[in-house]
Design a protein around this ligand. Structure first.
Ligand code: G3P
Length: 225
């Protein structure tokens, strides 16, 4: 499983990139708008924090295939490194994806709600598809079920050029369920990271180790021995 940070908050990115084995950052227009700052400069700052090799995705707002391609070229040049253009699924998005691939620009096809959308995106040449797990759950759908179906269909057709990057998580259980159905990548908001690694019994266990050690060795540390 690759872990991606779904935010444009620099402090959150710095922290998670330092303490967790993450593989990149995704943004979308809502995430960028939340920061109320220069979009391109913010994406460059994110690139500086995570380095050239990690995935960085920025989304187009264009609805015309030619303009999507132009925006992809502009963003790739401005941001550099391991960059992918996020393109919402649709006719213009598919056409743009086929053209972007010819130009060697990576594509994350986003706003995926059904397996048929994902399969078409993969066929068009998208590198990643992003099904929105929680938004599907919100309308009484089965977000993880959709992810499982996409993973299964990609397996059926031996599709390895396109990976499933599940998005729109609201809790650690959704991430866990996606991992259990073989989802390749999860892009997760900063608030959820701590919940992926915390457990009250872990805290109790660590307190016990410290208490037992101190009862015999006091404040002496292994480094002091
Ligand atoms: O970019 C996809 C993802 O960020 C959507 O998440 O939380 O707005 O449903 P959310």
């Amino acid at each position: 499983m690759l872990y991606i940070i779904d935010t444009a908050d620099l402090e959150a990115i710095k922290h998670i990139n330092e303490f967790y084995p993450v593989d990149g950052v995704t943004t979308n227009p809502s995430i960028i708008a939340k920061e109320k700052t220069d979009c391109i400069e913010r994406l460059r700052e994110i690139r500086r924090i995570i380095g050239e090799d990690k995935i960085l995705c920025a989304q187009t707002l264009q609805t015309d295939a030619g303009l999507i391609v132009e925006e992809g070229k502009k963003l790739q040049e401005a941001i550099g490194g391991n960059f992918y253009l996020k393109v919402p699924i649709g006719e213009a998005g598919l056409k743009a994806t086929m053209e972007l691939k010819k130009l060697g620009i990576g594509v994350l096809m986003t706003a995926i709600f059904t397996p048929t959308q994902a399969l078409m995106a993969a066929k068009a040449g998208a590198d990643f598809v992003a099904p929105y797990v929680n938004r599907i759950d919100n309308v009484c759908g089965d977000g993880v079920g959709v992810v499982a179906e996409i993973v299964n269909q990609f397996d059926n057709y031996n599709i390895t050029s396109c990976r499933v990057m599940a998005a729109s998580f609201k809790n650690a259980q959704q991430v866990n369920d996606c991992a259990s159905v073989g989802c390749h990548i999860a892009t997760i908001g900063p608030d959820i990271y701590k919940n992926l690694i915390s457990h009250p019994l872990t805290d109790v266990a660590i307190e016990g180790f410290n208490r037992d050690w101190r009862s015999v060795y006091g404040d002496k540390q292994i480094l002091d021995l």
